[in-house]
Design a protein. Structure first.
Length: 533
């Protein structure tokens, strides 16, 4: 697929997507990453080899029906015993074991897709075998990050600016840099339930109030937009998400109280596209959900009516891009799922309203897939994948050395090969742009679940491309004031240089620095690109 043929996919910096709370509470670390079952450590020497062997066999039978086979090496023994396995129990019909109750945060009585097993999938003896296998063969502690180069505490390319909009405890769920000289920056907040429009001086000139948190706004020109209302922010299986139309009047924006369509399971992104070549705009919908969710498109039937076409019922649909992937004139879809099953999927348009699914990349569910986008890094005319892992709001909130930003180079024929990894605890998003205009793509990254106590500079890292996928990492202590969950990049002031905006979402963290009060930080910080001297 050639770079110039990509559909003009939107920069969806605010799907909250990425939010701590919208993060997967059931992605609890189940996948293959090399078996570690032969090792033992002192805390579990009393476990019999027979029980370990039986537990391994049981996982191979029971634990790969919907995701990769679990591997003990991805988490330490304590996290398996006290976090992951007690959370997994109810999903297998085990709600208590040896006097310990397993708390399930969803709807245990839910029926239909996403419902819990009606009967236990294993006996209690077999469940103990599984526990023994994981706790006895997992490492005592995970290895530390392998970062070859320290992060430079200087950002010479950028000037850090605060907006003339400030309030405590900001919970920014969406932000966007727009090609609108009147109000180039848009911010949505989940606590105030307001969307703010800021001018070039970073002063608010307009705002509107919404009935729920907005996780995405798809602007269609200068006077119309579609807002994605997530409904209930906390994990749930309810269908309270809606799509709301926004309209710009001469001096203000207004939002329609009547939804365009509703009944969505915690949607993160709704974007306009054209999928059936009938001349009417359709909408691509990512429902992150909890036990329920999915990827679908709303087929425009005319006269304000839409028919929902389901592409996948997997929960965790987080972000999707429409593009003509195979250059056949039909709009295809690339999407990421991040709930239980984590991966990047291709949906090829068959031309008759149907799509064929193909899994391009699959990741361990403990990875916490948080974002991906497309860019041609090696200038071969093929779009590569930039991917981040670091969503850590589940039952396994330890620091993980495999969190960070990855580049998968496109080798053709739907094959992508990992060619770069930079470790960042809790990495939440990475955007590839030629920020310094030297002819190659740099990376701007944020980490909502960084090691703020020991490495607060991880919260924002700028990776300057030096060629051959070699990058110089940079940050600034001035950026440690907030806990960044959203980010966008664009030319805010029309000077031809790509700026960056970071959105603050205040939330406690066991790895926080007690000397920094995120609640006092502004809702956003702007990194104004000064250009090369």
């Amino acid at each position: 697929m050639k770079k110039e043929n990509i559909f003009k996919f939107k920069k969806t910096a605010g799907w909250f997507v990425n939010q701590l709370i919208i993060a997967s509470l059931i992605t609890i670390g189940l996948s293959v990453m090399g078996c570690n079952s032969s090792s033992r450590h002192e805390s579990y020497t009393n476990i019999s080899e027979e029980s370990i062997k039986k537990g391994k066999e049981l996982t191979e039978v029971n634990c790969q029906s919907c995701h990769q086979l679990p591997d003990p090496s991805l988490l330490n023994a304590k996290t398996w015993e006290e976090g992951a396995l007690p959370a997994m129990g109810p999903l297998m019909g085990i709600f208590n074991h040896k006097g310990q109750s397993y708390t399930y945060r969803g709807d245990a009585q839910m029926k239909g897709p996403g419902a819990l097993a009606s009967n236990p999938m294993v006996t209690h003896e077999e469940w103990q075998n599984i526990i023994d296998y994981y706790t006895a063969t997992a490492p005592e502690e995970l290895p530390r990050q392998d970062r070859a180069e320290e992060i430079d505490p200087e950002l010479p390319l950028f000037e850090i600016l605060e907006p003339k909009l400030n309030y405590r405890n900001s919970h920014t769920t969406f932000l966007k840099i727009r090609e609108d000289r009147r109000a180039p920056l848009v911010i949505s907040d989940a606590t105030t339930l307001k969307t703010y429009f800021l001018n070039n001086q970073l002063a608010p000139i307009d705002s509107l109030t919404t009935i729920g948190p907005l996780t995405n706004i798809d602007f269609m020109g200068q006077s119309e937009a579609l807002a994605c209302n997530v409904g209930i922010l906390m994990p749930n299986n309810q269908a309270h998400g809606t799509a709301l139309r926004m309209m710009r009047k001469p001096d203000r924006w207004e939002i329609d109280s009547i939804s365009v369509f509703s009944g969505l399971h915690r949607p993160l992104q709704i974007s306009q596209t054209e999928l059936n070549d009938d001349g009417k705009p359709d909408y691509l919908v990512c429902e992150f959900g909890y036990m329920r969710g999915g990827l679908s498109w709303m087929e425009n039937q005319g006269r304000g009516r839409y028919e929902k076409r389901v592409l996948s019922t997997l929960p965790g649909a987080r972000i999707a891009y429409p593009l003509d992937y195979n250059e056949d004139g039909q709009m295809d879809i690339l999407a990421m799922f991040a709930q239980g099953v984590e991966g990047i999927f291709l949906y090829l348009n068959n031309g008759n309203g149907s799509f064929t699914e193909k899994r391009l990349l699959e990741f361990p569910s403990v990875y916490g897939s948080s974002y991906f986008e497309l860019a041609d890094f090696n200038k071969d005319g093929l779009l590569d994948i930039i991917y981040t892992s670091g969503d850590n709001a589940d039952y396994t909130t330890i620091l993980k050395p495999y969190h960070g930003v990855y580049i998968y180079l496109n080798k053709g024929k739907d094959k992508f090969e990992q060619s770069f990894f930079y470790p960042i605890h809790g990495c939440y998003k990475a955007m590839a742009r030629d920020f310094d205009k030297d002819g190659d793509l740099d990376l701007a990254t944020i980490a909502h679940y960084a090691d703020f106590a020991s490495q607060p500079e991880e919260g924002f890292v700028y990776l300057e491309n030096k060629g051959d996928l070699q990058f110089d990492p940079m940050s600034s202590p001035k950026l440690e004031v907030g806990r960044w969950i959203t980010m966008d990049a664009g030319d805010m002031d029309g000077d031809g240089w790509t700026d960056i905006v970071l959105g603050n979402f205040v939330q406690p963290s066991e790895f926080s620095n007690p000397e920094i009060d995120w609640a006092e930080a502004p809702p956003v910080l702007v990194l104004k690109n000064k250009g090369n001297p």
